[in-house]
Write a protein that binds this ligand. Structure first.
Ligand code: GLU
Length: 300
């Protein structure tokens, strides 16, 4: 028996490394994305593993097809190579979230059946905020619990109504902790650091949190490398993994790239977009040098 347990442990240790790049096509990629993605690629390469490109295009109004192509081009130009993705295929496809909605529905139904969700008719603004990953400054306010105890809406199928969102009922007061590869032990208290969060939006689409958790598991991602502003989302996602009976991946959150004023780079920092830098004649090597001194664009 002991031998069996050791063999199981060895198997886990030897599990193939699978990482992912998960850009949202809402604009051109900038130095901040590129640096975090580079860390993801380096970790996958160092482990002799697989890197997946997954296009997170569920934020309908903000995502545009031309940005999908731009992302692919800019990443290739900068020296990224992925082994699975929309352009190269792979065993866990499709690699575009808008083509995976059936999977999210299935997970949603499982969560609903097991009593983890409740319908919510609170403001559209709160619901809208669930469309995308909550980056710095976008964190939703703590949910006040308005709809937590309401009854009589349990039979509404989420994708046939335009008003009702569904929230995950967090275990009030429970500490969710994990050891991050960069920031070490992280501890968040459900109901204090984050509240009941949306998993399905009132317009019939899954939230970022649900889609991300379903895909990381379905694509057998073993480590998530992303920006430090998603540390709190990791706590939410660990709860979702648990509720769905999935093993959560490991997490490695990279420090954020900021501008001269200390503001996190966002798509509005056009001067730092890979596209612009490339048009200015910068080489991939120069751009990669730039994130060693992240407060400035390479032309400065
Ligand atoms: N599509 C999300 C974003 O661009 C990905 C977040 C994640 O890596 O989980 O912010």
């Amino acid at each position: 028996m002991v031998r069996g347990a050791v063999a199981g442990w060895e198997l886990l240790e030897k599990q193939e490394y699978r990482g992912r790049l998960a850009p949202s096509p809402t604009g051109f990629l900038h130095l901040g994305h590129a640096r975090t993605f580079w860390a993801a690629q380096e970790r996958a390469q160092a482990a002799g593993g697989t890197l997946i490109l997954r296009v997170e295009d569920l934020d309908g109004p903000r995502c545009r097809p031309e940005f999908v192509e731009a992302i692919r081009e800019d990443l290739s130009w900068l020296g990224f190579r992925w082994q699975e993705g929309p352009d190269v295929g792979g065993p866990c496809g499709p690699y575009v979230q808008s083509q995976r909605v059936a999977l999210y529905r299935e997970a949603f139904e499982r969560l609903r059946r097991t009593g983890h969700l409740f319908p919510c008719t609170c403001s559209r603004r709160e619901i809208q905020s669930a469309l995308s990953a909550p980056h710095a400054g976008d964190e939703e306010p703590l949910y006040p619990g308005t709809c937590r105890t309401r009854t009589g809406m349990g039979d509404v199928p989420p994708y046939r109504t335009s008003k009702v969102a569904w929230r995950f009922r967090v275990p009030e007061g429970e500490e969710v902790n994990f050891v991050d590869g960069v920031f070490g032990l992280q501890r968040f208290v459900a109901g204090r650091d984050f509240g009941d969060f949306a998993v399905w939006r009132g317009d019939g689409f899954p939230s970022y949190q649900l889609a991300c958790v379903v895909d990381d598991a379905a694509m057998r991602v073993t480590e998530v490398v992303r920006g430090a502003d998603l540390l709190l989302s990791t706590a939410r996602q660990i709860l979702l993994h648990r509720a769905l009976g999935q093993v959560a991946p490991r997490f490695h959150h990279c420090p954020l790239v900021t501008d001269e004023a200390g503001v996190r780079l966002a798509k509005r920092h056009e001067a730092m977009s890979l596209r612009r830098l490339r048009e200015q004649g910068r080489t991939p090597e120069e751009v990669r040098e730039a994130w060693k001194a992240p407060a400035r664009a390479p032309s400065d």
